[in-house]
Write a protein that binds this ligand. Structure first.
Ligand code: SAH
Ligand code: DHB
Ligand code: MG
Length: 220
């Protein structure tokens, strides 16, 4: 099936996502710098753009920058005066991302904070919160903690979106010894148990295989 998923992804991507010098340059820079090719696809970047636009988000938080490919999509979707705070553990990833932001002309709208997100998130509570949209895409074993922080840094109406919650379907294996799978399972249980959230999951297939996004809105 992967071959067909890739062809269909390319079909829609070629039609709906015009080639873009800045985004292409960011992907190329990531590859040259040896970053893993795990950024969102073009169609998924457009999906993030869509979420920012329909929610009218002005303040966006991203956990897991990599080379900033998804950040550029989020930043470009913002209205005048909007901003993205993006958190990245790896200084090398952060350096590549910073250059990509410069080249893409979004540096004025992006704040990149380097360090383990669980150590940098507390600093956002007084100064940057509440966020209107929060994109969780860092280490999967910490997803439950990130969701806890997302709630702390939110207001009623905040959109929370998390990448990679299906893990090729491994999410349904209770005894899976992959800590990433256990992370997304605990995350999903948290989503289910939290009365402040209304949540769903969209399974996805495409060039990145079989995975999915969790989507939640903060009710109160
Ligand atoms: N959002 C990016 C992809 C992120 S990949 C895009 O779509 O373009 C996941 C990133 O999370 C990696 O760069 C990894 O270094 C980072 N990461 C892993 N653990 C982290 C942590 N504890 N805190 C912050 N970032 C972390
Ligand atoms: C991985 C991480 C991601 O955020 C992703 O979208 C795909 C894969 C990973 O760590 O393997
Ligand atoms: Mg991801």
């Amino acid at each position: 099936m992967q071959d067909l998923w890739t062809k269909v992804d390319n079909y829609f991507g070629d039609l709906l996502i015009p080639t873009d010098d800045k985004l292409d340059a960011a992907r190329l820079a990531n590859e040259k710098a040896g970053l893993p090719p795990i950024d969102v696809t073009g169609l998924q970047g457009r999906f993030l753009e869509f979420l920012v636009r329909v929610s009218g988000a002005r303040r966006v938080l991203e956990i897991g920058t990599l080379g900033g490919y998804s950040t550029i999509w989020l930043a470009r979707a913002l209205p005048q005066g909007g901003s993205v705070v993006t958190l990245e553990l790896d200084p090398h990833h952060a350096e590549v991302a910073c250059n990509n932001f410069k080249n893409a002309g979004v540096l004025d709208r992006v704040e990149l904070i380097v360090g383990p997100a669980l150590e940098t998130l507390p600093g956002l509570e007084k100064t940057r919160a509440p966020f209107d949209l929060i994109f969780i895409d860092a280490d999967k074993q910490s997803y439950p903690h990130y969701l806890n922080w997302a709630l702390k840094l939110s207001r009623p109406g905040t959109v929370i979106v998390a990448d990679n919650v299906v893990r090729e379907g491994k999410v349904i294996e209770p005894d899976c010894d992959d800590p990433n799978v256990q992370g997304v399972r605990r995350f999903t249980e948290f989503l289910a148990a939290e009365p402040r959230l209304s949540a769903t999951v969209l399974q996805t297939v495409g060039t990145k295989g079989y995975d999915g996004f969790a989507l939640a809105v903060v009710l109160s």
